[in-house]
Ligand binder design. Sequence first.
Ligand SMILES: [Zn+2]
Ligand SMILES: [Zn+2]
Length: 147
Amino acid sequence: MNDYRDVHNIKEYLRSKGINPSLQRIKIYQYLMEHRTHPTVEDIHADLVSEIPTLSKTTVYSTLNLFVSHGIVSKLMIEDGEVRYDINTKPHGHFKCIRCGRIFDIEISPSIFEDISVNGHHPMEYHFYIIGICKDCMEKGRDKFAA
Ligand SMILES: [Zn+2]
Ligand SMILES: [Zn+2]
């Protein structure tokens, strides 16, 4: 089981991956499940600190790195210096909105990478992303226009 959508019991899931399921780890994993816009450490910390006042940014950061090293979360870097976290570890593409800054998952066919020549280099990861304006922001733009 490697798809986050199949995870019904986070505690059991983390344990099955060899991770000690502390409350903070469970909450962070749950947050990633519920917030599918690829949050940063700051986003996660800001949203969870009211619920878990003892939570530090360092804990959020080290928990995410632990998840990454166990292959249950992946790191996403679209812009310089901005690291985001993705619970979807299956191959997929991303769409980044330049207005609201959210990043959405998009379906891509794995064959999209087949024709790429890597010139004899050895590829290990492929990243595919599109930058544009998301449908929510397009919608808002239209409203403003109409009013
Ligand atoms: Zn947007
Ligand atoms: Zn994603």
